[in-house]
Every structure is written in structure tokens, then in C-alpha cells.
Design a protein around this ligand. Structure first.
Ligand SMILES: Cc1cc2nc3c(=O)[nH]c(=O)nc-3n(C[C@H](O)[C@H](O)[C@H](O)COP(=O)(O)OP(=O)(O)OC[C@H]3O[C@@H](n4cnc5c(N)ncnc54)[C@H](O)[C@@H]3O)c2cc1C
Length: 494
């Protein structure tokens, strides 16, 4: 079978390797250099069950609780049961996860996990370690054809079947025919003014899937990471730092998160992020992460990357709390798939952050996304040989009359600030409606994109419209989607 994989994070690399190992002819196309994307930025690690008192059932329960009960239970089961094999595979391929002196995997603790179960590498450099190993496996004799600096523009659909992709390479549109396409293009953090995601995380795969008529859902569920250094460009300070004991303090040095949740700093991410945003607004200054109790030696050993970056920015986090802010981090929604990555379009699979497998519900449990990319990347590859199986999507495909093209009518930064202010951590009906009006006016005045940047803008605009309208449709706050309650209707005077 001729298989095209789009994207080279953990999901795309895993899918490509498994598909090639199963004997398929695989071409991997990716927007930047091989291995670009969020994967290399991941710090905390990969969730798995290793502790003596831990179990897959408890990992599943934590995942479902974090997802505010909206997770698909079957998908969660697949995820947690797949962890041991996929982590073992990464080890076999060469990822050196951190171990104690007796050779046992060291397990980190992160928010909303009932047990320490996060395997990590290089202290806080897990994503880099995984990416390096998978990229080396693809380059080293896997017989996978690699096309770098090639941007997916659109899926080629004939009837109800995906037949290939259109790519922009060196300013020219190229076509790759395929019997199956595996989308692994990651999320859409660049929709927001503040994000942990690298440039280029512009939701291209989701936008292309919408244009092709695939079902997408849960786009209103955007996770905002609570602790991003607010000095210099956004730099994530892993949840594992709070897992080790760091606290969040306001200007008066008070731990304020306990005011909203009994788990304090280790409450689910959306709760902590909103508490930070509110406290920062009240005091008119950023709140701070206090890791001083961990001491200089432990901080530099356990979190070498964060330690280096904070010091490069003139901060000594071992002696003084550092200023932080929430930032857009992860998209729970995406292209709807079944348990093997099949989308609602025949021949199209989606894996990793681009997909909505149902695992995360309304909010993702920390360190479940690298795991999801590995587990579902491998499953989609092994399903390639099976006859296509139709399945019923939870939400119907969105009707998009024509590809939304957008250039010249808006600045990307204006869109990102609009999304941050109105479709971010705290939403209300008025903000969502005015955002939709603005975005639709920008789209109506748009011209046809030609460059990579213009195509990214077009995709961001399409996703902004889809996200704001999904957020408007979901009236009740749940998980990462928070709507201010509508004002009570005025009682008529009698
Ligand atoms: C700072 C940070 C820290 C994180 N820490 C953790 C953690 O500790 N544990 C955890 O589980 N998760 C973590 N996450 C989340 C996790 O890293 C991502 O969800 C995961 O890596 C997504 O993998 P992916 O393969 O789906 O996408 P990505 O790794 O984002 O890869 C997407 C790929 O698609 C390519 N692409 C995009 N658009 C196109 C296009 N149009 N054409 C061609 N190619 C395209 C990109 O170039 C890239 O190669 C973190 C994320 C960030 C940003």
C-alpha cells in the first residue's frame, strides 16, 4: 500500500515507522525539518504504570476525571493499556529514560495523577530524547521516503475517498498520490497570542480535514498550561516542578490556588490556569512560581533545561519565585477518529494532537499526549492492512462551502489577541459572538493564499471560526471550556 504520513512529531514518526515495518511504501512529508513540532519541546514525560501500587485502572480513572467525564471510555482503555508496549518500544529504539541507581525507571508526579507515573529523559528533556531517537530510526535504513519543508495544503478527495495530498514545496504545488493518508500535523496553539507551541503549529491538518469534509469536534476544549515564564518568549515550566513541591504565590506570598480547589497547585490545569489569571488580574501583576524550597542542586539535576533557561533570562529560581502566566498549550479536539485512527473520510487517518480520539474529553491529563501519539500512531499503522471500516462519528462534519482563504484582510497577531481575549481562558456569549462576527468579516474580505504564511493564516482563520462557534454552542462550562454564566433574565414588572 502507498501510504503518505504528514507530520514528524511522535505521532507521525511512530506511524511511519510502524507502517514501513509492516511492509507499506511510506512517504513522510513534513512542514519543517524532520522532527519539528511540539514533540521536541515536551519536558515532563510520558505517562505509564510502573509503581507498585499503581494500575491501568487508576490511570484510566485519572484520565477520565481530568477530562471532566467527557472522555470516551474505550479510547481511554486503549491508551492506558497501550502504554507499557509503546514505552518499551521507545526504550528498545534507544530512548534512555532516567533511572535510579538500581536501573529502575524514575517516575515523576504531575497534577491530577493519583500516582507518580511519568517516565522522563534527560530530566526535563523527554521530547528531545524521543524525537532524536525516532528521527534517527526513520533516517537510518527504514526505507521511508522523507520530504522536508513541504506544507500540506489540502487533501485530494475523489467521491468519499482520500486519494492523496497537495503540498507546497519551494513555492510550487506538488501532488502525492496515496492509498492512505495519515494526518499527524499536531495542534493549533498559534491561534492564541500566548502559547507554549512552536511557530508553525497552525492547525493545518484540522483545517484541511474540515475543507475535505471530515468530521471534527471538541475544538472548544483548548488547554491552557498554568506555568509559562512571563519574561521573554513563552517558555514552559513543567508541571513536574509543582509535582516536586513548588507552589504558586501571589504578591503577598500567599498560596491562593487552595481558595478554589482542595488540591491546590496540583488541581487540574484549567482550574489552576483560571485561578492564576484571576489573581493576576486582581493584583495587576503576574503571580509567581516558588521553587526555592527544592534547592539549587535538585533544580539543576532534575530540571536542567528549565534551570538553564531561567538563568539565561537573569532569574535564579533557586532563591526567588519567578513570574509566570498561563498560555495555550494543547488542543483536546480535532479530527474525529475511531480507535484505530480512522476518520470519517475513507482512506484518511489522524493520529496525535490533530486527532480527537476521545481520550482527553474536556481536558487532558498531563503526559497523556506523547503517549496518545505513540499508541494511536502505531494502531493506525497496523490498521492500514485491514479493510476500511465505516463508523459513526459523534458530531457531523462541518459544512464549509468553499476553502476559506485569507490574506491581506487581517494581521495574524490581531487574530491571536482576539482569540486570547475572547475565546481563551474565560469566555462569555458576547465575546464569542463578536469574535465570530470579526472573523467572518475577515474571511469574507480574504484573497487566495499562495505562500506558507498565507496558507497558515487561512487555516488559523478557519480554526478561529470553528473554535468560537464550538465554544458558543457549548453553553455550560465544562473542563477547559469556561463560560461566564449568562446574566439572569430580567423579571417583568407586575
Ligand atoms: C512546551 C511543551 C511541553 C510539553 N510537554 C509534554 C509532556 O511532558 N508530556 C506530554 O505527553 N505532552 C507534552 N506536550 C504536548 C505534546 O508535546 C504534544 O501534544 C505532542 O508532541 C504532539 O505530537 P504530534 O506528533 O501530534 O504533533 P507535533 O509534535 O506537534 O508534530 C506535528 C508535525 O506536523 C508537522 N506539520 C504541521 N503542519 C503541517 C503541514 N501543513 N504540512 C506538513 N507538516 C505539517 C510539523 O512540522 C510537525 O512535524 C508538551 C507540549 C509543549 C508545546
Amino acid at each position: 500500500m502507498n501510504v503518505v504520513v504528514v507530520g514528524s512529531g511522535i505521532a507521525g514518526l511512530t506511524a511511519a515507522l510502524h507502517a514501513a515495518e509492516a511492509g507499506h511504501r511510506v512517504t513522510l512529508a513534513t512542514k519543517g525539518a524532520l522532527g519539528d513540532g511540539c514533540t521536541g519541546y515536551a519536558q515532563g514525560g510520558v505517562a505509564g504504570v510502573y509503581g507498585p501500587h499503581d494500575s491501568a485502572e487508576q490511570h484510566a480513572a485519572d484520565t477520565i476525571t481530568a477530562g471532566a467525564g467527557l472522555s470516551d471510555v474505550d479510547a481511554v482503555e486503549v491508551l492506558v493499556r497501550g502504554a507499557a508496549d509503546r514505552i518499551a518500544e521507545l526504550i528498545t529504539r534507544g530512548v534512555a529514560f532516567d533511572r535510579d541507581v538500581d536501573g529502575r525507571l524514575l517516575l515523576g508526579h504531575e497534577a491530577a495523577h493519583s500516582h507518580a507515573r511519568i517516565v522522563h529523559a534527560g530530566g526535563d528533556a523527554t521530547g528531545t530524547a524521543i524525537s532524536r531517537v525516532l528521527v534517527a530510526s526513520v533516517r537510518g535504513g527504514s526505507r521511508i521516503g522523507v520530504v522536508e519543508h513541504a506544507m500540506l495544503i489540502d487533501l485530494i478527495v475523489a467521491g468519499d475517498t482520500v486519494r492523496g495530498i497537495r503540498l507546497l514545496v519551494d513555492g510550487v504545488i506538488d501532488v502525492l498520490d496515496a492509498d492512505a493518508v495519515i494526518l499527524a500535523t499536531g495542534g493549533a496553539g498559534c491561534l492564541y497570542a500566548h502559547t507554549t507551541n512552536p511557530e508553525g503549529t497552525t492547525g493545518d491538518g484540522i483545517a484541511a480535514a474540515i475543507r475535505a469534509g471530515a468530521a471534527v469536534s471538541d475544538l472548544e476544549f483548548v488547554q491552557f498550561h498554568p506555568t509559562v515564564l512571563s519574561m521573554g518568549s513563552p517558555f514552559l515550566i513543567s508541571e513536574a516542578v509543582r509535582g516536586e513541591g513548588a507552589t504558586l504565590v501571589d504578591d503577598a506570598g500567599r498560596r491562593f490556588v487552595f481558595d478554589t480547589h482542595p488540591d491546590g497547585e496540583l488541581a487540574p490545569r484549567d482550574v489552576v490556569s483560571r485561578a492564576i489569571a484571576r489573581r493576576a488580574a486582581e493584583q495587576g501583576a503576574p503571580v509567581r512560581l516558588d521553587a526555592t524550597m527544592l534547592g539549587a542542586g535538585r533544580l539543576s539535576r532534575r530540571f536542567p533545561t528549565i534551570d538553564r533557561v531561567t538563568r539565561e533570562r537573569g532569574l535564579d529560581w533557586s532563591t526567588r519565585p519567578v513570574p509566570i502566566t498561563p498560555a495555550a498549550h494543547y488542543l483536546m479536539g480535532g479530527v474525529q477518529t475511531d480507535l484505530d485512527g480512522r476518520t470519517t473520510l475513507r482512506g484518511l487517518y489522524a493520529v496525535g494532537e490533530v486527532a480527537r480520539t476521545g481520550v482527553h474529553g474536556a481536558n487532558r491529563l498531563a503526559s497523556n499526549s506523547l503517549l496518545e501519539g505513540a499508541v494511536f500512531g502505531a494502531r493506525a499503522a497496523s490498521a492500514l492492512g485491514d479493510p476500511w471500516r465505516e463508523w459513526q462519528a459523534a458530531a457531523p462534519p462541518r459544512q464549509v462551502a468553499a476553502p476559506v482563504a485569507a490574506h491581506a484582510s487581517f494581521e495574524r497577531a490581531a487574530l491571536q489577541h482576539l482569540m486570547w481575549d475572547r475565546v481563551g481562558l474565560l469566555r462569555d456569549t458576547h465575546g464569542l459572538e463578536t469574535t465570530l462576527g470579526t472573523v467572518r468579516a475577515w474571511a469574507a474580505a480574504a484573497t487566495t493564499p499562495t505562500t506558507v504564511c498565507e496558507h497558515e493564516d487561512a487555516n488559523l482563520l478557519l480554526l478561529a471560526e470553528a473554535t468560537a462557534s464550538a465554544a458558543l454552542s457549548r453553553v455550560d462550562p465544562v473542563g477547559a471550556h469556561y463560560r461566564e454564566p449568562a446574566p439572569a433574565p430580567l423579571l417583568e414588572a407586575v
